[in-house]
Design a protein around this ligand. Sequence first.
Ligand code: PLP
Length: 399
Amino acid sequence: MSLAPQNERSNQDRQAWIDDELSARKQAGLLRTQRVRSLQSQAKTIELNGQLLIDFSSNDYLGLAGELSKELHQDPIWNTNWGSGASPLITGRTEAHQELEQELSCFKHAEAALAFSTGYAANVGAITALTGAGDVIFSDAKNHASIIDGCRLSKANVVIYRHNDIDHLSELLAGVTDVRRRLIVTDTLFSMDGDFAKLPQLAELAETHNAMLMVDEAHATGVFGENGRGLAEHFGCEAAIDVSVGTLSKALGSIGGFITGSRLLIDLLVNKARPYIYSTAMPAVCARAGVLALKRVAAEPQRRELLLSNVGHLVSALREAGLISNGDAGAEDGNSQIIPIMLGHPEKALQLSLSLREAGMNVPAIRPPTVPQQESLLRISLSSQHTSTQLDRLVAGLV
Ligand SMILES: Cc1ncc(COP(=O)(O)O)c(C=O)c1O
């Protein structure tokens, strides 16, 4: 049914501000537009808007997304209901979800686990369940948007500490007395800069100030630690973590978020985490995909070894070419599969991304509001599946 011309006009009038806002974004080099990736895209060569490109943008760090779809086709779960039809506490939580939660708690050596439909929902759900008015959250300045949004929704007082600045956090913690609860929250592997949180020092501060410690291992799960449990395993400080968040959507090649911790914590989340309670459970097939991915992480450590050897190869080539300095990529004690090329102005990042696309490579430009105006960058995401020829081609495209 088409609208009467009069209604159309008043809609246009009411929405004129949207046009103004989008135009302003375009002028500032900040407009985001949708693209379409062909379903036929292969491992690290994708077809984007009809153009074949080597892909350096995906979080499928271990190449599991393709493997899982082959495995799931052979799995009896493939022939069960696709949608789960209800939120987990109504009837949406199936045996597959239960098995996923059991496998996740074994994998993370935790008492219990809870599966959410996304990692975003897991962060928002945990922070809003754990804190409220009268509490204080200490949040790293470079935490992921889902942590920021959880903080905003929580009604707690949010104190931002300078990125990875332990002295600053220590001062802020000491300055806050007489509160109900304190929560320190951090990404473990920062999603834009690719550097590591200083987990051992954070654990110490949490202990000293009687604060809960929540870590988001979204990008570290499956990649770091001897068993792929993440950076808390890598740093040997898992016991100090109260709330560990992860996602199946990155190295685990699927979709869905999760939280692991004590039985008490998980019981609280079941009762209070609104994105868990008021949103449909992920399809059972996705929960099964999570279980299969965890088995792969345990059985195929060579995937993370290959990934980290690709990281070593690219980082030294970029250093040799003068494209990154020591402080740029990763942390003092190691590099990660997320490698930023710092460019400053958003337009500069956009131009370099476009010229790489012309040269057959997809490397996204990261601009405000994801990062501050003068911290725009190209974000290279590596996979175990990249070949050294592809990495060398990227370096050649950047010089
Ligand atoms: C650090 C971090 N946490 C959480 C998320 C959200 O995870 P998901 O994509 O599963 O919602 C992301 C994804 O971009 C992330 O980078």
